[in-house]
Ligand binder design. Structure first.
Ligand SMILES: [Zn+2]
Length: 285
């Protein structure tokens, strides 16, 4: 496997083709390694090559740690698709074990949104941000491994989702929504909404009492109907806040992983469910 990985690295963009022509070799065909679910979704829309996700389903991707076996996967992959600045362990592995191997850094493909917490990593929550990432991935795949039609179909799907969000959120009684962690900054920016997050960019950080008081005051002032929680993070704070204020709760999913609790089987379906939840909470026509 190591030899296969090194050959693939040496052959750069032709990694896919070299894997194919190696045919009956004793090692399995090298896989594409992705760092998290949104990137897995992009890659799987473009190719039938095997894809391995470093973030297991149901595991929250912030603060991911890699096992030695996963570092070896990064080394041996035909292509690595990751997002620098989001998961430090992946950044370190890429720098250490495949500094020159074929890789796509999604962070090179979108305009970063900066908050008081730092750069918001959740670029995928505005669907059109995924299109340049898909283009960068497709450019690394051989023609045999990704037909142009697949990139076109993916682009059409993301543009349709973008239009659905724009139309669906254009005429609402309220623009403010309250979420568990600050994952929806790109969505709020691109569709004219105001995000109020209980926790910051990382869901593992506990909100302070002062932050909770602020969120409570904003919720009362703006007349929100709903406190949103997530499928992969604790819903305890959201539910107790909603209880105190006499408000509803609902799921707004940052699509950081798909499980049986998700309201859809893939990114596009979950984003449509997010749109429906926002429309209901904000009284959109
Ligand atoms: Zn997040």
């Amino acid at each position: 496997m190591l030899l296969t990985g090194m050959m693939a690295a040496a052959l750069g963009g032709c990694a896919g083709a070299s894997e194919q022509s190696s045919g009956a070799s004793d090692s399995a065909r090298a896989e594409i390694v992705v760092a998290d679910y949104p990137l897995q979704y992009v890659v799987e829309q473009l190719t039938d090559l095997p894809v391995a996700n470093l973030t297991a389903p149901g595991v929250e991707p912030h603060d991911l740690e890699l096992t030695p076996q996963q570092v070896r996967q990064v080394q041996e992959a035909s292509l690595v698709v990751y997002q620098s600045g989001f998961q430090a362990a992946v950044d370190d592995a890429v720098a250490q074990v495949r500094p020159d191997g074929p890789s796509v850094d999604a962070s090179a493909s979108f305009e970063p949104l900066t908050t008081s917490d730092g750069v918001d990593p959740h670029f995928w929550l505005s669907p059109k941000n995924l299109i340049p990432v898909a283009q960068a991935v497709a450019a690394q795949l051989s023609d045999a491994d990704s037909e142009a039609a697949k990139l076109q179909a993916f682009t059409d799907r993301m543009n349709k989702l973008d239009a659905d969000l724009r139309d669906g959120l254009a005429d609402c009684q309220r623009q403010t929504f309250v979420t568990t962690h600050a994952a929806f900054g790109y969505l709020a920016r691109d569709y004219g909404l105001e995000q109020v997050a209980i926790a910051g960019l990382d869901p593992n950080n506990e909100p302070s009492a002062a932050r909770l008081a602020e969120v409570r005051a904003t919720a009362e002032k703006t007349g929100v109907t709903t406190i949103f929680y997530e499928t992969l993070a604790s819903d305890a704070v959201a539910k107790s806040l909603a209880d105190d204020l006499g408000l509803a709760t609902d799921v707004l999913d940052p699509v950081e992983g798909v499980t049986s609790a998700s309201r859809g089987d893939d990114y596009a379906e979950i984003m449509e469910a997010n749109l429906a939840a926002l429309r209901k909470a904000n009284g959109c026509r």
